[in-house]
Write a protein that binds this ligand. Structure first.
Ligand code: 26Q
Length: 826
């Protein structure tokens, strides 16, 4: 049976906008600035949301469903306004209402800062998961930090990345609710005092500590068309005001100032590292800060309507988004033992049944470890608990393996202990302290089981499972690409909005000439829209009829933007030396932020911009290739880019990309993948068929063999392959920079050992020729209009598996076991 759409009162909305402009700003519509109009409209939407939010909370109070707390240092939400309207099924009426007020909905949306409380994949995944949780009608909280400054804004100056603070809260956030009544205290430092209380219980009390007040801000997460509104709860830190300044003795005064400083620094900024650990003290403080506040809240919420804390796990599950929130294991133990007097064994039973861990990377530089002395100084009680967890676990290893023939028990301890070499290994704590460990794509999970976490898998195979990532079609098709969304609905109805497997039905149209033409016409319109953006932001004119070849993602050596740009350089040379050779016009589009301290990554950005500058201005090229670097790649411009992509570049060194999710977003929008057999690419190819993707390069097995044997020598390739040699030499022959030495570090990384790294550690030279070949095939395929249309359409038709709705349903069925909320949609 078809569900009735949510009701939305368009006239009320209009009146509400006018009223808000008046009461917020004492202005008429004519006087209000675009930002003020956005705020007024957002508050009007919030009114509508709050009703659903209250209904959801009431339903949850009555039905007492199990709740998932998705613990994450990052939530890369992107703009809320348009997305909220879509999920409220109010986009069209609001667009009309704004029209009638003489306003363009797109321009209103553009006034919203793009909330970037995340780096990349992991943070965006968290945002997609919240959207799916609400849409599927599960009770969920996202728990995170309200960073004052999110991911930096990127400016390109003279081809270099410059980082500018992201002041997203400058004008306030109309959607948030400050919940000071729910504030919690979080304690740092000091020492643990142990004594026996009047009942003979051993009490551990942290003393001489610093304390901050954690204040939550709630953001609504709206389910699509079902009246369910979940909550993203992000914490801000404030100083505790408990002393009278004038009555201070010297020590108190000092301490009060330190506490103020701590509070003001804690939530200042998101660490801009992606897949790389910055072992900074403040980072660990951030982690404990939001975890302590969130775990306290979850326990208290449970006890509001239950009395047996030993059954917490029946109503509560914590999903740890990578190791960053892993102190939750020890914090829950602490609360259960110190505040509720559970025995170690009882507390451990509850904790392991409550916690679950997702691994997002096998990159060794991203494995989180903390020096014991830092950890102990900052979190003395938590450290004691981790120490005891470790002691018992090492004991268990010994009991399991002593006496087993052919097993080196010491080696097992070395590879699995939580405390080793004076370090706290957070992944080990997360595995031991929970009941589920998952990777984010089939290949990734296999690599975890067979290599990185092999010893753990052998000891506790029942904990390991795969959850292939997904993305939300509400944001990445409905909002990003309304033309295609409407077209799909016209062809197969609108069930795909909440059931992406329906896209399958588009297969009936892949050979239909009319459908093909319509599909490609929509792509062209989206390319025109992006071309306008590029003209406005880069001052570069690109041809919407050229192939739009897109690589947008964080800049990292393993993602191999360098491989891409090297082949562009090679093509440039090729066209210059064969001016009459046929070449299908191509626009290479890059977008990427580099971590602020990551020099190789930053130099790669400079290289891309330098290559762009030379190629785009070389008359010999006659516009056959253009190169564009899109400044400040973020969720809002990503939506424009995905909709316009013909070719999706997913070219990481096989085995290094845990999953990737941009690959899915582009597939959904009808782009064809050129990629390695890595991460979720493997599953994408499996769904769409090899003939509808362009796969090249070493397999993960081959990469791992070379890594093991150390027998890869890029210099041999350089010396024997003239194409490779040409491309590399152009780094240092002055073609792209007057200063011939500028790109020497990149050249050196490819041919020599640098620092502790192997020469060309990401196998760029090894994959160069097969990548060129795959690109050649793409140009041939694109030249055949019908063939391309069919391939592109097949990609959209086969993307059903990659909805985050499917991923979340798998977590629910296999790990979380949540109950569906019953909310009457109004
Ligand atoms: C840790 C400590 C200190 C500072 C920063 C960090 C840190 C921050 C972010 C470490 C790692 C990250 C982000 C990792 C990440 O985004 N991983 C990606 O996760 C996606 C979702 O599962 C996958 O699709 C990608 O393959 C994976 O790279």
């Amino acid at each position: 049976m078809k569900k009735k759409p949510l009701s939305f009162d368009k006239d009320l909305f209009k009146r509400s906008v006018l009223y808000n402009v008046k009461t917020l700003y004492r202005k008429t519509m004519e006087e209000a600035t675009p930002q003020e109009i956005y705020q007024a409209a957002a508050y009007a939407i919030k009114d509508a949301i709050v009703d659903h939010w209250m209904t959801t909370q009431k339903a949850a109070a009555e039905q007492d469903p199990k709740i998932v707390y998705y613990m994450s240092m990052e939530f890369l939400m992107g703009r809320a306004f348009g997305n909220n309207l879509i999920n409220l099924q109010a986009y069209k009426p609001v667009k009309e209402a704004l029209d009638e007020l003489g306003l363009d909905v797109n321009l209103v949306e553009d006034q919203e800062p793009d909330p970037a409380l995340g780096n990349g994949g992991l943070g965006r995944l968290a945002a997609c998961f919240l959207d799916s949780l609400a849409t599927l009608g599960y009770m969920a909280y996202g728990c995170g930090i309200r960073y004052k400054y999110g991911m930096f804004r990127q400016q390109i100056k003279d081809g270099y990345q410059v980082e500018v603070p992201d002041t997203w809260l400058e004008n306030g956030n109309p959607f948030e609710l400050r919940r000071s009544e729910l504030a919690k205290e979080v304690k740092f430092g000091g020492y643990v005092n142990m004594f026996t209380d009047e009942y003979g219980r051993t009490i551990f009390r942290q003393e001489g500590y610093q304390v901050v007040r954690a204040v939550p801000y709630d953001l609504p997460v709206i389910g699509y068309g079902n009246g369910v509104v979940d909550t993203l709860r992000i914490w801000d830190a404030e100083p505790i005001q408990c002393f009278q300044l004038d009555s201070f003795d010297k020590g108190d005064y000092q301490k009060a100032v330190e506490q103020e400083n701590l509070a003001s620094q804690l939530c200042e900024v998101l660490y801009p590292n992606d897949n790389h650990i910055a072992g900074k003290e403040l980072r660990l403080k951030q982690q404990y800060f939001f975890i302590s506040a969130s775990v306290q809240t979850a326990v208290q919420r449970y006890l509001r309507n239950h009395d047996d804390i030993r059954k917490l796990y029946e109503k509560t599950v914590f999903q740890l988004n990578d190791t960053h929130p892993t102190v939750a294991v020890a914090e829950l133990m602490r609360i259960l033992m110190d505040d509720y007097y559970l025995s170690w064994d009882d507390a451990w039973d509850v904790t392991t049944k409550t916690c679950c861990y997702t691994n997002h990377t096998i990159m060794s530089e991203a494995l989180e470890k903390w020096p014991v002395d830092l950890f102990q100084r900052l979190l003395p009680r938590i450290y004691q608990i981790v120490d005891e967890i470790n002691r018992r676990f090492v004991d268990q290893i010994m009991r399991t393996y002593s006496g087993s023939a052919g097993i080196d028990v010491q080696a097992k301890i070395r590879s699995m202990a939580i405390l080793y070499d004076n370090q706290v290994k957070m992944a080990h704590l997360a595995i031991v302290g929970g009941h589920s460990v998952n990777g984010v794509a089939k290949l990734h999970t296999e690599i975890l089981k067979q290599r990185e976490l092999k010893d753990f898998y052998e000891m506790m195979p029942e904990k390991f499972n795969n959850k292939t990532n997904g993305i939300t079609q509400r944001r990445f098709l409905m909002h990003a690409n309304p033309l295609l969304a409407d077209w799909v609905t016209e062809k197969i109805g609108d069930d795909w909005i909440t059931d992406l497997s329906q896209m399958d039905k588009l297969k009936d149209f892949v050979n239909d000439k009319k459908a093909q033409a319509e599909f490609m016409d929509i792509k062209l319109k989206n390319k025109q829209r992006l071309a306008e953006y590029i003209l406005e932001h880069n001052g570069v004119k690109v041809d919407p009829k050229s192939i739009f070849d897109v690589q947008v993602k964080r800049l990292h050596e393993y993602k191999r933007q360098l491989l891409n740009i090297l082949t562009v350089m090679y093509k440039y040379h090729d066209i210059k030396s064969h001016p009459n050779k046929d070449f299908y016009p191509k626009t290479y589009i890059f977008g990427a932020k580099a971590a602020a301290g990551y020099l190789t990554a930053k130099l790669t950005i400079k290289l891309i911009n330098s290559v762009a500058e030379v190629i785009n201005n070389d008359p010999d090229i006659k516009g056959k290739i253009k190169v564009v670097f899109i400044e400040d790649y973020r969720v809002s411009n990503a939506e424009l880019i995905f909709a316009a992509a013909d070719v999706s570049e997913q070219i990481s060194t096989a085995s290094k990309e845990a999953s990737g999710t941009g690959n899915m977003k582009m597939m959904l929008n009808g782009a064809v993948t050129i990629g390695t057999m890595d991460g979720a690419n493997v599953e994408i190819v499996n769904e769409v068929g090899e003939e509808n993707a362009f796969i090249f390069g070493l397999s993960s097995q081959e990469v791992m063999e070379y890594e093991k044997n150390g027998n890869y020598n890029p210099m041999d390739i350089y010396n024997s392959d003239p194409n490779v040699k040409k491309a590399l030499d152009m780094l240092v022959d002055g073609t792209f920079s007057k200063d011939k030495e500028l790109f020497r570090p990149l050249y050196n990384c490819l041919l020599n050992k640098v620092g502790g790294n192997r020469a060309d550690q990401y196998f760029i030279l090894k994959d160069f020729e097969s990548y060129l070949e795959a690109q050649k095939k793409i140009s041939d395929a694109y030249a055949d209009k019908k063939r391309w249309a069919k391939m592109a359409l097949m990609n959209t038709a086969c993307c059903g598996k990659f909805s985050s709705d499917r991923t979340i349903q798998e977590y629910v069925d296999e790990v979380w076991h949540l109950d569906k909320l019953n909310v009457e949609a109004k």
